[in-house]
Design a protein. Sequence first.
Length: 134
Amino acid sequence: RGVLTGLAEGTPNDVVTTLRDAAASASDVADAIETYDLSSSLSDKGFDRAEVLRFVSARDELITSLDLTREAVLLGVAAARLDVGDRGGVLDRATSLLAEADAAIARFQTHQIEALTAAGIQPQRPALPGLPGA
């Protein structure tokens, strides 16, 4: 996010390489999650259809978040090639995609907690800095 925000003011050294590496990493992680055979790992474990769908839905939201992040980062690569004054629209779209990615990761967390709870696993909520309980 900081790199994308910084593009509104200038072009830091190696920004294109940094952004391309981030896009490749997001793609690699999404591919690894997508190729994992979740259905088989859940079969014959006593889960009903609704429980399996919760796990699958959580996985799909995580992949969506990673894909949207990758798209936003690639827009940063495109923006870096433009004059600073011409980057606004592209960076606004990248910011919009990141907001959609944030919403997808929030849905992932909700679906994951629902799936784990339905499976009889009581997930621990991580303590985040600045929040009560941290």
